[in-house]
Ligand binder design. Structure first.
Ligand code: AVJ
Length: 302
């Protein structure tokens, strides 16, 4: 973690890995964001999954469901009910979140073998050699447009990693947020109740605690804006004045107005996403969208 933070702080602009946002408090704040009226992504995707579960299950076929970044593991439930897979594997970086999520899911699906693995799914070498997984094909599930946190090259690498991890003949159901009116995009990441800001600010609290940082949260303001050229929302904590913070045993100067990027959220129209997926060896085999075209579930095969 120290090495990744040092790498990120040395970048221009300074940029920290997005997974650092998800400690126990960050995961809780993210859940609150998902309930804000301005943030439609989760509601739209959940409604799609509920309404289209039988079709999605039929298109996916039998196997073991592997969810990348399972979080509260609530979105997958309608899919599991329709699909009746051989097993469900939840991968997540936050152990605090993963254990209760798996327990709650197990209660909703009492007969389903459930495995939780605390890991960084972008770096996991292989799935465990567990009897519940043996002899079954793998169905990756990557909802929430989480891939948007990666830049396009990183997203392509991640899709390759999923191919390697899931193995030959696997499938991947992935949720992708679409570009839309800039006012709606910016409102989603600047909710009036302030949860988006609290979520970004929690990163400073975490760095102070886990890497002996001395950030003063009041020295920074939160900003989120749409960058049309890169087709992404950028989220940043911007220093209010020239200052120096200490972190991971080193000093880090900030100019007045200098951003620390907490997260990017890339948005892809269907064709743009399929072009990226193709570079990673995946082919589009189905797509499901809401009526407004705000969000898209893509089924990818090899
Ligand atoms: C989990 C990466 C999809 O980009 O919309 C939401 C994260 N950050 N509001 C997103 C997020 C602030 C979210 N993803």
């Amino acid at each position: 973690m120290a090495r990744l933070v040092i790498e990120g702080m040395a970048r221009r602009p300074k940029q920290l890995p997005a997974w650092l946002l998800y400690d126990a408090e960050g995961s809780r704040l993210f859940e609150a964001i998902c309930e804000q009226p301005e943030y439609g992504l989760t509601r739209t995707e959940t409604a799609l999954l509920e309404a289209r579960a039988p079709e999605l299950a039929a298109a996916l076929g039998p196997g073991v469901v592997v969810e990348f970044g399972a979080g509260s593991a609530r979105k997958v439930s309608p899919l599991l009910s329709a699909l009746q897979p051989a097993a469900y594997v939840a991968l997540d970086i936050s152990a605090d979140h993963l254990a209760p999520a798996c327990r709650a899911l197990q209660q909703r699906h009492p007969d389903l073998p459930v495995l939780g693995i605390c890991c960084d799914y972008s770096r996991l070498e292989q799935l465990p050699d567990h009897p519940a997984l043996a002899g079954h094909g793998r169905l990756g599930f990557y909802p929430g447009s989480s891939i948007g946190n990666f830049d396009p090259a990183g997203a392509r690498d991640l899709l390759r990693q999923f191919r390697r991890l899931l193995g030959p003949d696997s499938r991947l159901l992935i949720g992708i947020d679409q570009p839309k009116a800039v006012e709606r995009l910016e409102a989603a990441y600047n909710d009036a109740a302030g949860w988006s800001e609290a979520f970004a600010r929690n990163l400073l609290t975490r760095l102070n605690r886990d890497l002996e940082g001395d950030f003063h949260p009041d020295d920074f303001h939160y900003r989120a804006w749409w960058d049309a050229g890169q087709s992404r929302i950028a989220m940043a904590l911007v220093s209010r004045r020239e200052l120096e913070v200490h972190l991971a045993g080193r000093p880090w100067p900030f100019k007045a107005g200098e951003p620390l990027i907490t997260e990017y959220s890339h948005k892809y129209a269907p064709e743009a996403f399929l072009a990226l997926a193709a570079e990673a060896g995946w082919l589009g085999a189905g797509r499901w969208s809401d009526a407004a075209g705000d969000f898209c579930l893509h089924l990818l095969v090899q």
